[in-house]
Write a protein that binds this ligand. Structure first.
Ligand code: SF4
Length: 147
């Protein structure tokens, strides 16, 4: 069973109320068993919502114990992101997912890069909160670009 970011399949759960509908992902998933989740919605955030970024990563974008996640309106949404990650892990365990395809760049779902917390569009190598938790639980996470 494969866990997939809901926005990649056309669900309008992205921060701006749209999706990241991805034909390559849909094609890949044909005849495969999968389950979808949106960690940020599962964490209690609204859709639409203000975009958020991880701040206080180390220089390589690795989340450390001092990180927090803030919106572009300077609201601390760290607890929402942690809750969303934990709820997503529950889904992965219920469905016995061994791998996941998550949307890259997201502070929840990113697996190769995230934004650097400056809200200037700068990317850094790193992973989102949900991706880190899934990987810590031995679930392989790739992005839509890795297919
Ligand atoms: Fe939800 Fe992840 Fe897609 Fe963001 S990238 S909308 S958290 S599924």
């Amino acid at each position: 069973m494969i866990l997939v970011s809901a926005c990649l399949l056309g669900i309008d759960c992205k921060y701006n109320g749209s999706s990241n509908d991805n034909a390559k992902v849909k094609e890949y998933l044909k005849n495969k068993a999968f389950v979808i989740a949106c960690p940020e919605q599962l964490g209690g955030l609204t859709t639409p919502r203000n975009p958020s970024e991880i701040v206080k990563c180390d220089k390589d974008g690795i989340i450390n114990e001092n990180y927090k996640i803030i919106s572009n309106k300077n609201v601390d949404v760290t607890e929402n992101f942690i809750k969303g990650a934990n709820e997503t892990l529950k889904i992965a365990k219920i469905y016995n997912c061994k791998e996941a395809i998550l949307k890259d760049g997201s502070p929840s779902c990113g697996s190769n890069f995230i934004y650097d917390g400056s809200f200037t569009g700068n990317k850094v190598i790193g992973e989102g909160v949900t991706t880190k938790l899934l990987r810590d639980n031995n679930i392989k996470v790739i992005s839509e670009k890795d297919l």
